[in-house]
Design a protein around this ligand. Structure first.
Ligand code: FES
Length: 138
């Protein structure tokens, strides 16, 4: 999807020139309970809308092995990775459940296998204006 680089007003306290909202899709392209893989200013992001109507945007790649989170499944505010099932809270990017490693890998040190170290995902501010969804990316 093409990104409209139109700048909009940044929220209070985030007036930095580095902090710019960009249009990523129309509001009606984001139904409740769904998530999409989009690009904003060259960054892959997963943009969705929780049941109840609140839109969200998080990093587009899973912190485990970089699966596209926009292809994941949303349940409430939890987004499940389509590859190995790690789950992330889209409100703060925190890990709700990390991938279960096979039994033989449990014997190995986490530091030797960074892919198995639990890592949150980035979150981005989102707003809707005039039927468009805007995400703040730097
Ligand atoms: S790539 Fe997401 S859990 Fe493995």
């Amino acid at each position: 999807m093409a990104v409209d680089a139109k700048k909009t007003e940044a929220p209070k306290g985030k007036e930095s020139t580095e902090y710019t909202f960009v249009s990523v899709c129309r509001s009606d392209e984001l139904p409740e309970g769904e998530v999409r893989q989009l690009t904003a200013r060259g960054k892959e992001i997963a943009v969705g809308r929780v049941v109840g109507g609140q839109p969200f945007a998080v990093g587009g790649r899973c912190s485990h092995l970089r699966a596209r989170l926009g292809k994941g499944k949303l349940e409430g505010t939890v987004l499940e990775c389509p590859w190995h099932g790690s789950r992330f809270d889209v409100t703060d990017g925190c890990v709700a459940m990390w991938v279960q490693r096979p039994g033989w890998l449990k014997l190995l040190n986490d530091a030797a296998f960074p892919a198995f170290m639990k890592q949150s995902i980035p979150t981005y501010d989102v707003k809707e204006e005039n039927g468009e969804v805007f995400v703040a990316v730097d």
